[in-house]
Ligand binder design. Structure first.
Ligand SMILES: Nc1ncnc2c1ncn2[C@@H]1O[C@H](COP(=O)(O)OP(=O)(O)OP(=O)(O)O)[C@@H](O)[C@H]1O
Ligand SMILES: [Mg+2]
Length: 325
């Protein structure tokens, strides 16, 4: 009854090869972890490789300017020689900054998808927590593996974690972080100018990103990824709705009244909007599990989820700011 969505449609013949290639790269990276793990303790599974990421720019709502800047990096991956023809070298990196859940990871993935590049997701918070100041050694090995694979997007997620302030007292953190960032910058500087690798850093905390990381020739393009305004929120909500309906192969939502939904959604990120949709659908699943059929998701259902979500968020903030401690 539910037809395959476009992403799930019959895998092309090359699917098997790509899977094998992905598995092989992931294995080599896991080997790096195993080797360094002997030195620093268990480190498995902190870098995820995707040969064929599926996110496209069309799935990202709002962010017109950010999308167009990130998109402009595609040529650096697919045709770096074009830069040579104009007497310059391609850019090596970009730093995406903005509040949590606004689409920074989506942009990095879409760049890899659009250019057919391998996507290396480095969760720096996890890596530095385990490796501390020795993270530079790991990055070097990963870059060495990646360089052999051709086009690659090296996603440095949570770039603020390079500051090591989550690990060490401030004075020590500053010193150790400076060394780590220097090691990373050295690797970026060492990349061949036409190597078809782009580093994409992401952070919601620009205050703790080391300035040498954003120096010329490194992550020297800064792209702001903002919270969506009303029309962009509507676009994101519509995308989430269509995605769910495509996955289910049927209509799930009644006509939605955005005029009543947008005001209480003010300030919500794309991630929060997706979560609202998810929770409204989850409610339907629970009801159906109890044998009740309560029809399509309505504006009222979504308003209820928005309200609940806001109240939980306020509570979390109160806890965070110590009013309940
Ligand atoms: N602009 C957007 N368009 C469509 N969906 C979005 C958008 N922003 C966020 N989302 C939804 O939120 C999820 C999380 O987004 P993403 O991981 O890109 O956020 P992020 O900016 O990287 O957040 P963080 O700073 O927490 O890492 C996405 O998988 C998507 O479902
Ligand atoms: Mg992210």
């Amino acid at each position: 009854m539910a037809p395959d969505g476009p992403a799930g449609a019959g895998a092309p013949a090359e699917g098997g090869d790509l899977e094998t290639q992905q598995w092989a790269i992931q294995r080599r990276i896991d080997d790096v972890f195993a080797k360094l793990g002997e030195k620093f303790g268990d480190l498995s599974g902190r870098v995820v490789v995707r040969i064929k990421p599926e996110t496209t720019f069309a799935q990202i709502g709002g962010l017109r300017e950010a999308k167009s800047i990130v998109r402009s990096f595609a040529t650096a991956l697919t045709d770096p020689e074009l830069y040579r023809k104009w007497g310059i070298t391609p850019p090596k990196g970009v730093l995406l900054y903005g509040p949590p859940g606004t689409g920074k990871s989506l942009l990095a993935r879409a760049l890899a998808t659009e250019t057919g590049s391998v996507f290396y997701h480095l969760k720096l918070m996890n890596l530095t927590s385990k490796f501390g100041p020795n993270t530079g050694e790991l990055l070097q090995e990963i870059l060495a593996v990646a360089k052999e694979q051709g086009k690659g997007v090296l996603f440095l997620d949570e770039a603020n974690a390079l500051s090591l302030e989550h690990l060490l007292p401030p004075a020590q953190a500053r010193e150790a972080s400076a060394r780590l960032v220097a090691a990373l910058c050295e690797k970026l500087d060492g990349l061949d100018d036409f190597s078809r690798m782009i580093a994409v850093g992401s952070t919601s905390r620009t205050d703790s990103v080391d300035s040498s990381l954003v120096a010329p020739g490194r992550l020297d393009r800064l792209v702001e990824v903002t919270l969506p305004d009303g029309p962009d929120q509507q676009e994101i909500l519509e995308m989430a709705r269509k995605r769910a309906e495509a996955a289910a192969g049927r209509t799930l939502f009644a006509g939605l009244d955005y005029r009543s939904m947008l005001p209480p959604m003010g300030g919500m990120s794309g991630a929060e909007i997706s979560e609202i949709i998810r929770r409204a659908l989850e409610q339907k699943v629970h009801a159906a599990g109890q044998g009740q059929d309560n029809g399509l998701v309505t504006t009222q259902d979504l308003l209820q989820q928005i309200d609940r979500y806001r109240r939980t968020r306020e509570m979390v903030e109160k806890i965070r700011y110590g009013q309940y401690l």
